[in-house]
Design a protein around this ligand. Structure first.
Ligand code: OAD
Length: 253
């Protein structure tokens, strides 16, 4: 099935010197990873994100929070990138300067071949010491849950950004810079509820970028964007790529 991709967007992307793409959980949905607001199912039903993704929650019940992230880490490790991830990696080979900014912590963009990914919300693949706030490479198996920091004995936590915490300053600075200076800004599979990531689209629009949303549904941000492309990103992004570079057989994602 051919997706309807607006021709103005196609032409603008093809001619763009720089593009910025912000992704959220929706880009990994077709890899079988629940979106953030759907993740509270099964074992984790009845829990609100605020019960699990905060420093207060970790202080209150470190085992519970560690186990939730261990479950998510295992899901991410079993998952494979889908055509949306691959299409973005391909796009970066065609646009002179493409900045990929993700709110996801699953590492699937990198596994699809994207490089220099700005991880605004950290990564499930790293842990840090809760006490010292420094990334720790590994830990001894002492049976503790969560495991202990090999340096100070404090509990280890995932190196992800929790509610109420600041984003890594360098990642935010690079993302803002990319949004301010891009010709095209694509927002893919994100509800756009969580700041400061949510503001990047408006920032790009104010600076004159052509903006497009790729989502299953219309979101609170749809009216901010020039275009809203509805459908699974695993179909719509490869369709955009094919439309922009039809002569290139390898763009058939
Ligand atoms: P959400 O779960 O809030 O939103 C996911 C969006 O993806 C929804 O709008 C879905 O309609 C859309 N979606 C689902 N499947 C899709 C598909 N196949 N193709 C396209 N779109 C699809 O997730 P995020 O917006 O990523 O932060 O959430 C942002 C942040 O909120 C997360 O990074 C997390 C959370 O708080 C922290 O933990 C700091």
């Amino acid at each position: 099935m051919t997706e309807a991709i607006p021709s103005f967007l196609v032409k603008t992307l093809r001619a763009a010197r720089s593009a910025a793409v912000l992704t959220g959980a929706g880009v990994s949905a077709e890899s079988g990873l629940p979106t953030f607001r759907d993740a509270m199912t099964g074992l984790w039903a009845q829990r609100r994100p605020e019960d699990l993704a905060t420093a207060e929650a970790f202080r209150r019940d470190p085992r519970l929070v560690w186990e939730w992230y261990a479950w998510r880490r295992a899901l991410a490790a079993q998952a494979v990138p889908n055509p949306a991830h691959f299409a973005l990696a391909e796009m970066a080979r065609r646009v002179p300067r493409l900045t990929l900014i993700t709110q996801n912590v699953d590492g699937l963009h990198q596994r699809a071949g994207s490089w220099d990914v700005i991880e605004l919300h950290g990564s499930l693949s790293r842990v840090k010491c809760f006490r010292e706030d420094v990334v720790v490479e590994g830990w001894g198996e002492t049976g503790d849950v969560p495991p202990r920091c090999p340096r100070c004995g404090g509990p280890l936590r995932p190196d992800v950004v929790w509610f109420g915490e600041s984003l890594p300053p360098q990642a935010l600075e690079q993302a803002t810079e990319a949004a301010e200076h891009c010709d095209v800004f694509l927002s893919v599979g994100t509800l756009g509820l969580v700041e400061p990531a949510a503001s990047l689209l408006g920032l790009a629009a104010r600076r004159g970028a052509t903006t497009a949303l790729f989502n299953l549904e219309s979101t609170g941000q749809s009216s901010l964007a020039d275009f809203s492309i509805t459908g699974p990103a695993g179909r719509t992004l490869p369709a955009l790529l094919r439309a922009a570079w039809p002569e290139d057989g390898s763009a058939r994602g």
